[in-house]
Design a binder for this molecule. Sequence first.
Ligand SMILES: [Zn+2]
Length: 75
Amino acid sequence: MAYGYISVQALATTTMAEPVMGYCVKCKDKREMKDASQVAMPAKGGGTRPAMKGTCAVCGTGMFKILPKSAAPAA
Ligand SMILES: [Zn+2]
C-alpha cells in the first residue's frame, strides 16, 4: 500500500503575534482586540463557524468578529 506524498506541514502555524482588529461598538471605530481568542459559534443550518472574541484595547468593551469560513482550522 502506497500512501503517496502526504504534506504534514502547515498544521501548527498559529500566529499569535499578529494583533486582531475588530469593530468596537462603543468607540464606533476599528480597534485592536485584546485577549483575542478564536471561538466556534453556532451557525445557521447546524455546524459552527469560526469567530474571534476579545475586548477593545481602548475601552474594554467586549468585541466579537466573525471570521470567514476559510479561516477555520481544517478539522
Ligand atoms: Zn472601544
